[in-house]
Design a protein around this ligand. Structure first.
Ligand code: 2PG
Ligand code: MG
Length: 389
């Protein structure tokens, strides 16, 4: 595949911040890739450079690709790693690296007349299950105790069936919040989840009823690096202040009293030991690391050695290239960990993560359920239809 042209432009993310879109032209046609923006970025992620800097960097490195013949994803990603030798891609920016890496993945699939998920998958694939953010708060809308309250299916008949149940549950959650939360005003946060400042127990009582009625389970993303003040976990709405060991017992107790089957980042991003204790105590529930691993192979290996968790959140924008993303998914799968391909709070209409999730055989996809998040949900439905043929 010969690169005829490679272009960049500024586009908007759903947060109204600017991000980048890279466009690749070959004899076959044009494909594009745009990059999401995280709000609570983990400290182990690759560096995200401001759009103006990225454009300058792009103009400097574009000639390394244009006119070249590219045959594999590895060629693109090793070239990127040769151009920027820093681990965290601080020279060109993880956002620029991923835009280039992923646009080449799309072009290579296109060149082979395949959809990206088909191009990536080896043999038979199954559709992942959805985990959807339905309520919360956080930086953009005032803190809630837990960054995200999520719903996930118990068993999956089909992706469509699971999402239908979650969508019903999402609407019912709003009806219950109207009754129980005097401040509830149908506001939505950056991921189009309902904003509530009810404390954790009151929120879980509502979600328990709704989940049970819809045959769903509850997930919690504590994003606990944001709760940790260096000494204890501070929950502003409940007024709780918990030590490391109290936090372990607190989360364990919640999972035993409510139908919670998924817990993300219950401890700050350096506490492998508490992760390991909790995982051991509450298995087979999923305990997974997002900021803990930052989709980084070395961090994942550290987690595996410590038996820190049985699940890992995968965000390509945390690591910067498609090849690195694939390595992390494969290592996690080799160690029987559950992989959850996830959106970020700032998204674009790009649906690549759907294809990566299916093509790499992830067990779950984590999206929002409402608003612009339906772009991803609907792409999953198209893929599901294709898989059934
Ligand atoms: C998370 C995400 C997405 P961010 O913490 O899991 O839901 O947020 O945008 O900060 O990656
Ligand atoms: Mg998270």
């Amino acid at each position: 595949m010969i690169v005829k042209n490679l272009r960049i432009r500024e586009v908007f993310a759903t947060t109204t911040e600017k991000t980048i879109e890279v466009e690749l032209e070959t004899k076959k046609g044009i494909v594009r890739s745009s990059i999401p923006i995280g709000t609570s970025r983990g400290k182990y992620e690759v560096k995200f450079l401001p759009v103006e800097n990225v454009i300058k960097k792009f103009l400097m490195i574009r000639r390394r690709f244009t006119g070249e013949e590219i045959r594999t994803q590895e060629e693109v990603d090793s070239l990127l790693r040769m151009i920027d030798k820093t681990q965290d891609l601080r020279e060109i920016g993880g956002n620029l690296a991923l835009a280039i890496s992923s646009v080449f993945l799309k072009a290579l699939a296109f060149e082979n007349d395949m959809e990206v998920f088909e191009f990536l998958s080896k043999g038979k694939t199954t559709i992942p299950k959805p985990i959807c953010n339905v309520a919360g708060g956080w930086k953009e809308s005032g803190k809630s105790d837990v960054q995200e309250y999520l719903f996930l299916p118990v068993h999956q008949k089909s992706f469509l069936d699971s999402v239908t149940k979650i969508a019903n549950a999402y609407r019912q959650t709003a009806s219950m919040l109207v009754q129980k939360d005097p401040n509830f005003a149908f506001s939505k946060n950056l991921e189009s989840a309902w904003v509530t400042k009810l404390d954790i127990e009151s929120t879980l009582k509502i979600l328990d009823r709704v989940a049970t009625e819809n045959l769903l389970k509850i997930g919690l993303d504590f994003a606990a690096s944001q709760l940790w003040n260096g000494n204890e976990y501070v929950y502003s709405n409940s007024g709780l202040k918990l030590s490391r060991t109290e936090q372990i017992s607190f989360v364990e107790d919640l999972t035993k009293r409510y139908p919670i089957s998924y817990v993300e980042d219950p401890f700050h991003e350096d506490d492998f030991v508490s992760f390991s204790t909790l995982t051991h105590r509450i298995e087979p529930r999923i305990v997974c690391g997002d900021d803990l691993y930052a989709t980084n192979l070395e961090r994942l290996k550290l987690g595996i050695r410590n038996k820190a968790s049985n699940g890992i959140v995968i965000k390509p924008s945390q690591v910067g290239t498609i090849s690195d993303t694939i390595k992390v998914v494969n290592e996690a799968k080799k160690n029987k960990m559950i992989t959850i391909m996830s959106h970020r709070s700032g998204e674009t209409e790009d649906t690549l993560i759907c294809h990566l999730a299916v093509g790499l055989g992830c067990e779950y996809v984590k999206f929002g359920i409402s608003g612009e998040r339906t772009v991803k949900i609907n792409e999953m439905l198209r893929i599901e239809e294709k898989l059934k043929k």
